[in-house]
Structure formats: structure tokens, C-alpha cells
Write a protein that binds this ligand. Structure first.
Ligand code: H2B
Length: 103
């Protein structure tokens, strides 16, 4: 199913990034670093993101540090390009970030 999605153009990526403050493109990955005051809310956000990912069938790489969480995603099924699926997941993650005290 995912192999049917098309990579976004640079212009489409820039337009979508303008609606997602804090997110950026690093190499071929759509990325966001979240900071937390405490560690457990960061870990809880990992579980919450995992639930969303299972719902969407699309999965980011999540790196949990001390009071930090890094999210990196692209669409592996088309060779690691950025697609609408990545921005869809990013939008869902951004929406739950405030509940976990992420900034
Ligand atoms: C069958 C299943 O939907 C695919 O393997 C999904 C799973 N999660 C995925 N996540 C990401 N980031 N890229 C993919 O191509 C991808 N493919």
C-alpha cells in the first residue's frame, strides 16, 4: 500500500513545514526534537506515539534520551523519501505533544 505514495517535491515539503513549527528536514528525514522537564512524560509520549503509529501503519524512529525525545521519519517503502504519510504522522505527533509537556 505504502509503495503507491509519491515523494513530495521540495516546494510541497517547504509548504508543509511552514505549518509544522519545530519540524525540519535533515538529509532525507523529517525530524523534531522535543524537550521535557521530566523523563517519565517523555517515555509516556513514546508509548502514545507508538499507538498512533500502529493506527496509521507508519512508524518513525524514536530516540528517547534524558528529558529528550527525537522523532525522525521518512517512507522506507519508496526508498526513504518524504511523503504525505510522514507529514500525517508528524501532525498527529505534534497534536499530542502538549499533553505530555513536550516543547
Ligand atoms: C505493511 C506496513 O504498512 C508497511 O511495512 C509500513 C510500516 N511502517 C512504515 N513506516 C515508515 N516510516 N515507512 C514505511 O514504508 C512503512 N511501511
Amino acid at each position: 500500500m505504502n509503495e503507491q505514495v509519491e515523494p513530495l517535491s521540495d516546494k510541497e515539503i517547504q509548504d508543509r513545514l511552514a505549518e509544522l513549527p519545530g519540524w525540519s528536514v535533515e538529509g532525507e528525514l523529517l525530524c523534531r526534537r522535543y524537550a521535557f522537564k521530566r523523563h517519565l512524560p517523555a517515555a509516556a509520549m513514546v508509548i502514545h506515539i507508538a499507538q498512533i503509529q500502529e493506527e496509521l501503519g507508519h512508524h518513525a524512529d524514536l530516540t528517547l534520551g534524558y528529558n529528550r525525545l527525537t522523532v525522525s521519519v521518512n517512507t522506507r517503502s519508496i526508498g526513504g523519501r518524504i511523503t504525505e504519510l510522514d507529514f500525517g504522522l508528524a501532525t498527529r505527533i505534534e497534536a499530542i505533544a502538549p499533553c505530555h509537556g513536550a516543547r
